[in-house]
Design a protein around this ligand. Structure first.
Ligand SMILES: [Mg+2]
Length: 262
């Protein structure tokens, strides 16, 4: 029932019975690795469209996702089936990039009025530069961790947000409890997908919430050191040696999805 509802809000059909749901971060992950490796992986993904349900899971907003699809189309990057954008605050159809109300409306509701409460606290803070974004369910900054006053975090979080630092340069303020992991779990419930068939992949701290879901995960070889530190407590996560796309492919073999290469 919920799968039908989700499908009704998408402009392209999802694979009927996917053997794998592959959830990839973009920068440093699906967009990472040598160009030839990327080209090969994108070709494989395109060939597997009916067997692999592909989800982007990224900090980018929808316009920045549209941009990368256009820029990397020459090396074979194709639109996924679904998109999780804005670090979990947006869900959209992969082909049209139209937001999915089923997923977005509850997040929008939680965000109501939050920016208005937070902006006065953030105004003029050292080490913060606002990111040009088109989302309305998060605030995003470039952060200089050495200049930023970390005492501000509890004050901000008291207003019902989570402060998420990643890649040593990004700070996202997200509705409390909303992240790449929580949004993915909601999506899997609507899709009625067996969790055994799901593999996530990422490289920075904003991917940690996906790795904490207990789903199979691939931490690519170029992952940031602050993420790698969490590895010992993430038993379902495989640390790949390969960077970006080659790390994702390595992880899929590790998890026994070799048959998808037959
Ligand atoms: Mg990344």
């Amino acid at each position: 029932m919920s799968r039908q509802l989700l499908q009704s809000q998408l402009s392209a059909p999802l694979p009927a019975d996917p053997e794998l749901v592959l959830v990839t971060d973009l920068d440093g992950t699906l967009l990472g690795g040598a160009t030839e490796e990327r080209r090969r992986f994108y070709r494989w993904l395109a060939d597997q469209r009916e067997r692999v349900l592909h989800v982007f899971s990224t900090g980018r907003d929808l316009s920045a996702i549209a941009r990368v699809l256009q820029e990397d189309e020459p090396i074979g990057l194709a639109a996924p089936h679904l998109v999780i954008g804005d670090v979990g605050c947006t869900v959209a159809c992969g082909s049209s990039l139209q937001p999915v109300p089923l997923a977005v409306d509850p997040i929008e509701e939680r965000w109501q009025g939050t920016a208005e409460r937070l902006l006065p606290l953030l105004e003029g803070q050292p080490g913060l530069t606002s990111q040009p974004l088109h989302s309305e369910r998060r605030l995003a900054y470039y952060v200089d961790p050495d200049r930023f006053d970390h005492n501000l975090v509890p004050q901000l979080e008291a207003h019902g947000v989570d402060c998420l630092f990643s890649d040593n340069r990004y700070l996202d303020l997200l509705p409390a409890g909303v992240n790449k992991g929580s949004t993915l779990l909601a999506l899997l419930e609507w899709l009625e997908i067996d969790h055994e068939r799901v593999v996530t992949a990422g490289d920075t701290l904003n991917d940690l919430a996906m790795f904490e879901t207990g789903l199979k995960g691939v931490m690519v070889g170029n992952a940031e050191p602050a993420l790698v530190e969490h590895l010992p407590r993430l038993p379902s996560v495989y640390r790949a040696r390969g960077e970006g796309c080659s790390g994702i492919a390595e992880g899929l073999h590790h998890f026994g999805f070799d048959h998808l290469w037959d």
